[in-house]
Design a protein around this ligand. Structure first.
Ligand code: SAM
Length: 211
């Protein structure tokens, strides 16, 4: 869901840096070939991820939820020399599509795609991350946070997508996913290890900064 009206969204598109031809093509192919193409970060959210990554200059980035690799490419753009992005997805069907685009982006040697359940893979990753993007199944957001928080350097940033869930977060009666996101938002807001801010970008993005 977009929280801005169409005219303002158009204005933002027209006055922000253009989407690159590669990301345009990835977005087009995702809409043609993948189920639920609305899951793709797209433009301008991808630009936001890329900007944050370039500001942080991370050595290690972790992404939970690769899908077709759009956000992975954006996040990898800020890696410092010698840096690496690990991205995890449970669905192996989109693996080759991702690899093609990682190659075309010239970032493939800096990206490792893990196929499997993030709950099993995260504990096996033995490095400290500077930037994390959580964008997988909503019911496990809190689990991912708990698995990740001890793998972070002070000052590390966790970005979390869909935290306003099309505004459903305000409903008195919440379905399972909405309740899980609401519980996650409360949990991190009360967690003294992080500072938190929810931004009304696209479907809501949380920025958590490790103290
Ligand atoms: C919203 S999409 C990710 C979109 C992507 N980050 C982007 O912006 O282009 C969510 C992805 O999470 C994956 N996913 C769901 N449950 C998962 C799990 N337990 N472990 C790893 N990935 C999972 C899905 O297969 C799906 O591709």
């Amino acid at each position: 869901m977009d929280f801005l009206d169409q005219k303002l969204s158009n204005y933002i598109d027209q006055h922000s840096q253009e989407e690159t031809p590669l990301l345009k093509s990835l977005s087009r192919e995702t809409h043609l070939k993948a189920l639920l193409p609305q899951m793709l970060s797209g433009h301008p959210q991808g630009l936001f991820l890329s900007m944050i990554s370039k500001m942080i200059k991370p050595k290690f980035v972790l992404e939970v939820g690769t899908y077709t690799g759009y956000s992975a490419i954006c996040l990898a753009q800020g890696l410092i020399k010698g840096g690496h992005l690990h991205t995890i997805d449970i669905n192996e069907e989109l693996h080759s599509l991702c690899l093609n685009y990682f190659k075309e982006s010239g970032l493939d040697q800096f990206i490792t795609q893990h196929i499997g359940d993030a709950k099993n893979i995260i504990p096996k990753l033995d490095m400290s991350f500077d930037l994390i993007f959580i964008d997988a199944d909503k019911q496990n957001y809190a689990v991912y946070f708990d698995l990740i928080i001890d793998k972070l350097n002070s000052g590390a940033i966790i970005l979390v997508d869909n935290v306003l869930w099309s505004g459903k977060i305000l409903n008195d009666k919440k379905d399972k996913d909405t309740q899980a996101i609401h519980d996650f938002n409360r949990k991190v807001h009360l967690d003294s290890r992080v500072e938190n801010l929810i931004l009304p970008i696209r479907d809501g993005i949380s920025i958590l900064r490790v103290k």
